[in-house]
Design a protein around this ligand. Sequence first.
Ligand SMILES: [Zn+2]
Length: 400
Amino acid sequence: MPRVHEYHAPIVCYNVDNLPPIDKELLDRLAQNKHELVQELTIPPRDGLAWEVQAGQLFRIVCTEGPQVADVNFWSLHNPKERFYASKTRQLHASHLKAHDRLWSCFPYMRPLATITYESIQYGIDRDGASVHDVIGSRCDPYTNWLLTGQDMNVCCHSNLTRAVAPFGLAEEDVHDVLNAFMCTGFTRDTNQYFTKPSPVRMGDYIEFLAETDLLVAASTCPQGDVSVACGTGKAPQCFPLGVQIFQPSAEMLQGWRPSEPVRYNGGHGMDPQQQQQQQQQQAASVEQHISELLSGNSMKAAALLLGLLALASVAAAAEVKKGGAARRMLEDGASAAPAVTVTPQAVTDAQGAAGTAGTDQSWRGGDWQDWRYYRGGGWAGRWRPPGDSAWGWPGDPGS
Ligand SMILES: [Zn+2]
């Protein structure tokens, strides 16, 4: 006798409405208005390209010559350990993304890296449950291909992305689960198997994102073209380039917007203090190793160098905390050489500081309140609040 299960109606797991709110008016205002075009790029067919976007800029992936899908990756520009988290994004929003959905970063950061302001296909969900712009996550890769065919294949989304990020000091292991822009996919009703349909994207269609923090973005023009041919049939799909456009909205357009911030979970994980300290020491050691690897690499670009410097600063600050000094001298953010004068309060514990775990510390320096934030895994960032101003700003950001 087959087991009979009681029927229950589905329960949506996450109430997206309880997440930090988004400003839909702002997103629609950005989507509906024209902005200064600051950069235009082309992703060649069957290839990859990476580009930087500043926080508050908009960027589009545009269908310029013919139906073509793109596999897209996102990293925090200053810390490639913080990258797009496809599965959490899928759980929070849906398997396929649309305007106003956010692209979340991985633990322990978990913040929006980008938000979709507009996508022009507006496909909805068809009768087979298919839709476009999936965050199912995977990408065509040489390993699966080798298992299926016994052949090497270097032109595939995974390898295209790997080549695209190499000039930015990133490597294959930095490539992660993707957003499949323009791709039309679903799961079969009877067997829950992954399926694709020819992409409905047409010339002029685009998907547009607001960068919620400084980003490195990479995209591959999939050698499957519009994915109208099933994998492994030997038929060669037609492939096209895709356009990338980066826009700078005016301060007026961005009114009310501010960069996203990592969540403030304290990083304890229910461990006892000794366990936690051990783990933090291991983390600190791995950060140091990472920095020395970065510094010895000769293909390193500015982003990677900055990560190294930020991590060094964290280690240096942690060393001072360890010595028990009440004053914490942070590395200057580059602009000011004024000596640090620290007065309390100290919200960061020694242990947190030692491992670069998440935490905050405020100090009075150079006439401004400074708020220092440690990120788990070795980074830190500082921000300032001008005297008499209730708004926090990031260093060097006159708009805040
Ligand atoms: Zn692909």
